[in-house]
Design a protein around this ligand. Structure first.
Ligand SMILES: [Zn+2]
Length: 255
């Protein structure tokens, strides 16, 4: 079930029956090189969660589309939240869901640059309870989709050379599976074929180091077929990983 396509009585009944977990895809809208879609980091976890929803009894929430991407702002179309804005937004998403009775929030992330901010947001949501001396009635879990069990290995087996760390062959392949008409983008000839590596600082420094936006990758290898294999394996891994988290006992929680 998708939250956005459910009614409130359906969600109320689901919560009353003890199904108090939700999967929240979270990503970013930022340049992904000349062959990758700007929405890649939001679209990958969204596609994987949607596929998992077809295979298991999962509730999937709305995608948190805009993340912390200040370093990509030198490329048109990139959008960012400041870390403080993103933290405040995650705190409000959490409070809304917890008020309704959700107790397990599984955030499936598509952007490495979000991780520090998401973790800080989790700490904000817990601190409100810790400082009052009350047990928090919920728990978060953050998983980068490529770190679902077995997936990093699969991605590197699909693309052993030039997988990279931004505008990666595997994330571009996942989006080409979702939107195969966009796979034509991969016919471009990129120079250099494999992009350089380096540190990530501000937007001007990023644009100077990585002129076409990629880091360490050759995403022209991406195909919809490879993307489909990655989505399928990731969806199966998500169904079991989310189920284990939703069933996890927490000493601070009743039930
Ligand atoms: Zn990405």
């Amino acid at each position: 079930m998708h939250l956005s396509q459910a009614t409130w009585p359906e969600i109320g009944a689901r919560l009353a029956a003890g199904h108090t977990g939700i999967v929240l895809p979270i990503g970013s809208h930022e340049q992904h090189g000349p062959t990758g879609l700007i929405g890649t980091d939001a679209l990958c976890p969204q596609l994987i969660a949607a596929e998992a929803e077809k295979r298991g009894d999962l509730l999937v929430g709305p995608t948190f589309h805009i993340g912390m991407a200040q370093h990509h702002m030198g490329f048109p179309g990139s959008m960012t939240l400041r870390p403080s804005t993103m933290i405040a937004t995650i705190v409000d998403w959490t409070a809304s869901l917890v008020r309704a009775g959700f107790t397990r929030l599984y955030w499936l992330n598509g952007h490495g640059g979000n991780v520090a901010t998401i973790q800080a947001a989790f700490a904000e949501t817990y601190a409100a309870y810790s400082l009052r001396g009350e047990p928090a009635p919920f728990a978060h879990k953050l998983v980068n989709w490529w770190q679902l069990p077995g997936i990093e290995k699969l991605c590197l087996a699909e693309f052993p050379v030039g997988h990279g760390s931004h505008g990666t062959a595997s994330e571009v392949a996942v989006t080409y599976w979702g939107w195969p008409e966009r796979a034509v983008l991969g016919q471009q000839v990129l120079d250099p074929k494999i992009a350089p590596e380096g540190p990530i600082r501000d937007a001007a420094d990023y644009r100077a180091r990585f002129p076409d936006g990629r880091i360490g990758s050759d995403p022209t290898q991406a195909t919809p077929e490879a993307g489909g294999r990655i989505v399928s394996a990731s969806a199966d891994a998500l169904v079991s990983d989310a189920a284990a988290f939703f069933a996890e006992a927490s000493p601070g929680l009743a039930g």
